[in-house]
Write a protein that binds this ligand. Structure first.
Ligand code: C5P
Length: 251
């Protein structure tokens, strides 16, 4: 499992200092593709056009940790965000996180639903090597889905409670939808706010329920936006990314 040549680590506090980010650095593209060849092709095309690439479960399960190193080799200017959304007992999560430390990724996601002590154990396991992002409520979920899953609180309240857990645990940031940004900012102003469910005006929603445009999300306080299909399915992926960066620059 050799994914060496990690970039120098930065502290969680420095990582979360996102106010001064350039528009391009705010754009994270989800490499939601089936294999390494497809991922490397997208990474090559987007090098110089976006700030970060997100490797998620589909690609990581298919290719294993070596895909992190390979993506970095073809796009050395881009940071990497490992979106594994870990959720298990703390002992198992901490073991997984200790393995991720060697990968040289900027962020790793864990689910926030198990509370502050659980998140704190993850933050300690990560040390300064990787920033832990707590996923509040998936952007594919709406109020009905939350109720069906047994939650009795309103969705936004649940997001806020989980942001408080992430703050108290010392996480680098949270993942939330654009619609909860103001509540998250109010309770956890120093955390990085990573927002998926982004759709340029007129784009297909797919399975996302709580969506927002790129400019609106950043204007409302997103530190980073995560975009998958609107860029991956474009005929010219670099041009689609550039259009979003231009939109952010004007926001
Ligand atoms: O294609 P689309 O732009 O909807 O992709 C969104 C990406 O963000 C996917 O990789 C998805 O796994 C991820 N994500 C999300 N909701 C969260 C956390 C991550 O959609 N709460």
């Amino acid at each position: 499992m050799s994914t060496t040549s990690a970039p120098p680590s930065t502290s969680a506090a420095a990582r979360a200092g996102t106010d001064a980010l350039e528009p391009r650095d705010r754009l994270i593209v989800a490499l939601d593709v089936a294999d390494a060849d497809a991922a490397l092709e997208v990474a090559r095309r987007l090098s110089g056009h976006v700030g970060m690439l997100k490797i998620g479960l589909e690609l990581f399960v298919a290719e294993g940790p070596s895909v992190v190193r390979r993506v970095r080799e073809v796009a050395p200017d881009l940071e990497i965000f490992l979106d594994l959304k870990l959720h298990d007992i703390p002992n198992t999560m901490c073991g997984a996180i200790r393995s991720v430390r060697a990968f040289g990724v900027k962020f790793l996601t864990v689910h926030a639903g198990s509370g502050t002590a659980h998140l704190q154990a993850c933050v300690e396991a990560a040390g300064d090597a990787v920033g832990i992002l707590a996923v509040t409520v998936l952007t594919s979920q709406d109020e009905v889905a939350c109720r069906q899953a047994g939650h009795t609180r309103a969705l936004e309240e649940l997001v806020e409670m989980r942001a408080v857990c992430a703050r108290d645990a010392g996480c680098a940031g949270v993942v939330c939808s654009g619609r909860e940004l103001s509540r998250v900012r109010a309770v956890a102003p120093r955390l990085a706010r990573v927002v998926p469910g982004i759709r340029p005006a007129g784009a297909d929603l797919g399975d996302q329920a709580r969506v927002m445009t790129p400019a609106r999300a950043v204007a409302d306080g997103a530190s980073y936006i995560v975009v998958g299909r609107p860029i991956l399915q474009a005929q010219d992926q670099a041009a689609a990314a550039d259009a979003i960066v231009r939109e952010l620059a004007g926001s």
